[in-house]
Design a protein around this ligand. Sequence first.
Ligand SMILES: Cc1cc2nc3c(=O)[nH]c(=O)nc-3n(C[C@H](O)[C@H](O)[C@H](O)COP(=O)(O)OP(=O)(O)OC[C@H]3O[C@@H](n4cnc5c(N)ncnc54)[C@H](O)[C@@H]3O)c2cc1C
Length: 396
Amino acid sequence: MKYIDVNVGIVGAGPAGLTLANVLREHGISAIVVEKESRDEVETKARAGLIEHRTVAFLKRVGLAGGLLANGMTTESCTFLHEGEAFSVPYADLAGGRKHHIYPQQFLVRDLIATFLDRDGDILFSHEVTALDGGDRTRAATISARSQDGTESVEIRCDFIAACDGSDSIAHQSVPESIRRPVTHQHPFRWLALLAEVPPFVNEIVYGMHATNGAAQMPRTPTVSRFYLQIQDGEKISDWNDERIWTALTDVLVLKDHPVTTGAITEKAIIGRSDHISRNMQHGRIFMLGDAAHTISLAGGKGMNLAIADAETLAAALAEHYGKDDEQPLGRYTTDRQHKIWKAVLFSHWLINLLHSTPRNATPPAFSNELRIATINELRRGGPVARMFAEEYAGE
Ligand SMILES: Cc1cc2nc3c(=O)[nH]c(=O)nc-3n(C[C@H](O)[C@H](O)[C@H](O)COP(=O)(O)OP(=O)(O)OC[C@H]3O[C@@H](n4cnc5c(N)ncnc54)[C@H](O)[C@@H]3O)c2cc1C
């Protein structure tokens, strides 16, 4: 057994864990990150790409935005396509100039790892955390981990544990449900999340809303695009070969003079997403961040942005604890984060219902479809609904 003593033990080398680790390091607080996958796996796992203005400003302030500013793209308007008619919402103009950066999550993760290691930080890759113990007044908190090849067991003794290990967090086993008080919601939509080696057919996000299905294009890099395609309940990946996918996408994403570029699809996954939000994100010395605390629908691109904001709040609270012996910010961590999280949930819930046609088996579809059309018309008109969309989409 190998023993490691450190101020903060962090489970998971995703955006939340790595941002927290880097900021703590800047405050002189020692931290170790334990990650079950290899460095190569985490640096190549494609997921998010849409980074809010506020997140970029924070990363810039703490010296973590170099890669995304040098190599990312920006976007400030998006196109909605409803039954073949297109209209654009210049959301950055409507939201005081707040645009998004587009930078693949795996590139950001790669940058955060490089910076943390450059600053002499320690990451145990290929080590799975198997148990957390929050300790008590006389005992340190502990993280138990073992290497993926089974040759090494590690016990990390720390003042605090930050569970940043995604939606199946080990903290869900260590912190009783009665304390986490989670709420869940199953969305009645399923979709294919696709990654294709094709340049975006237009350099902004396009949402296609059709009577029977929805689709979207998200630029990722000048040569890679993400697509989403709504599918029916019960359909499997094997039902969707590349030809059928491109036919469906080109049917929905019909933009005059901008035909969908087709090419190699490098990733296909079915996402039937449920929201899972812990109303309490801390228990003694264990804190939950990012998807470990709140996994929400992908609509609106909020998950990674919330994860980084959780890390910002917890890092500031830990700095107050170690620097000024002030416990209050740590005590307020959940309260400080919950209203922002619920604001993001509210928006993503609104957007997901706007973007998706009512599933075939839902009743009564006519009423919800008419509401959807009314919302689309208001969005197109550019009045208060468009301004609300812009404010919430761009983020604070
Ligand atoms: C297709 C897709 C597109 C998305 N697009 C966007 C977007 O545009 N904008 C946006 O803001 N969000 C987006 N999201 C959501 C975003 O990817 C997540 O919210 C984000 O990854 C959460 O970060 P995290 O650090 O909390 O967790 P994760 O990124 O999930 O990282 C958790 C880490 O913990 C590790 N781990 C898990 N269990 C253990 C264990 N027991 N021991 C050790 N390590 C462990 C995992 O291997 C992983 O590396 C998207 C998600 C998907 C799937």
